[in-house]
Design a protein around this ligand. Structure first.
Ligand SMILES: NC(=O)c1ccc[n+]([C@@H]2O[C@H](COP(=O)([O-])OP(=O)(O)OC[C@H]3O[C@@H](n4cnc5c(N)ncnc54)[C@H](OP(=O)(O)O)[C@@H]3O)[C@@H](O)[C@H]2O)c1
Length: 317
């Protein structure tokens, strides 16, 4: 391995990818090269990204706008990666709905460009996508498998589905990993399913949690470890990562409050059970985007954690 490049390193998942890739690189360290192959962490506001690496400043962080298409080949010359994880995206569904052209630029054009560069140079590429490529149809009993046709309901889901296709057309040896709803440590930034809920509770908002919206959530560090393991492997095409538990938004929310140590009679005071039709959504959302990750579970050494084990790990962190 020559070096790992994490693109989108300053988001929710990115800092965990950096930490996981750095731990893998350290395993290759020698006396002459005490950190192992470099891990380069690229975002637009890396100064705001939490540093989960041990030691804290092990990775090389850099601000670079990936939309600067003409500068990208020279940047790749400088970074010299052998492995790339593309986590950069326009990932807020409401923002995508408000500006579909920007969503297309970030979620389709940009990944296709990165895939072409990686393909030309024979660089291993893992591109991250989402369970939101589904939703217009209910899932099969075990959740959506990789073979199910995409059927998005939002601009976010449509552009991510188009981005997957563009990446695999430009570079068929790339791996597209579809992720589910992620929860876990965002270092106080209110990102992800658990920290955003805990912030709303802290603000005394009594957030509405749906009893009729289902996901197969995954803890963010667990997701990062699995993605980095896949980066080091040779799978191609599309692969689903998800937790083994299909839960409603309310069930997940109550499990988060339980993991925080709130007794069961108190949890109901902080959240409000609701039906999807009772709330106005800022973007259309699938009622059930459950993924069947049985293929990944067979391939991976990293065990994909259920909600209880994932929350124990996240809250413990
Ligand atoms: N979080 C989830 O629950 C979830 C679920 C399923 C799939 N995913 C997928 O997983 C990936 C990572 O998600 P996330 O939650 O970590 O997203 P996120 O928090 O929105 O982070 C996205 C990252 O991409 C960066 N970025 C966007 N455009 C860029 C550009 N032009 N140049 C450089 N950096 C750019 C952002 O930088 P700035 O912060 O400066 O904009 C940020 O660091 C995405 O592909 C997302 O679709 C996430």
């Amino acid at each position: 391995m020559q070096g790992t490049l994490i693109l989108g390193a300053s988001g929710f998942l990115g800092p965990h990818l950096v930490a996981s890739a750095f731990a893998e690189a350290q395993a290759l360290a020698t006396m002459a090269d005490p950190f192992g192959p470099p891990v380069i962490a690229v975002g637009r506001r890396v100064e705001e990204a939490p540093r989960f690496t041990q030691p804290r400043n092990g990775a090389q962080w850099e601000n670079f706008d990936l939309q600067m298409a003409e500068e990208l080949p020279a940047a790749f010359d400088r970074w010299q990666p052998s492995h790339v994880v593309l986590a950069a995206a326009m990932s807020r569904a409401a923002a995508c709905e408000a500006d579909p052209a920007a969503a297309e630029a970030s979620n389709v054009v940009l990944p296709a460009r990165i895939a072409r560069i990686c393909g030309e140079r024979g660089i291993r590429l893992v591109h991250l996508s989402t369970d939101q490529v589904f939703g217009a149809q209910p899932p099969p009993r075990k959740g959506f498998a990789e073979s199910e046709p995409v059927a998005p309901v939002s601009v976010y889901g449509r552009t991510k589905a188009a981005g997957e296709a563009a990446v695999l057309e430009a570079y068929p040896q790339a791996l597209v990993v579809r992720l589910p709803l992620l929860y876990g440590d965002s270092a106080g930034r209110g990102l992800g399913a658990s920290d955003s809920l805990l912030e709303a509770v802290e603000r005394d908002e009594k957030p509405a949690l749906f009893t009729d919206e289902f996901r197969t959530p995954l803890e963010v560090r667990n997701a990062a470890d699995a993605v980095v393991e896949l980066m080091l492997g040779n799978q191609t095409g599309r692969l689903h990562l998800a937790g083994p538990d299909r839960v409603s938004r309310l069930e997940l929310g109550l499990a988060i409050l339980a993991a925080m140590g709130l007794p069961s009679e108190e949890r109901a005071r902080y959240v409000r059970p609701a039906l999807r039709q009772e709330e106005q959504a800022s973007a259309p959302r699938p009622a059930d985007a459950s993924l069947d990750a049985s293929r990944a579970a067979r391939i991976l050494e990293t065990r994909l954690l259920g909600v209880r084990a994932g929350l124990e790990r996240a809250i413990g962190a």
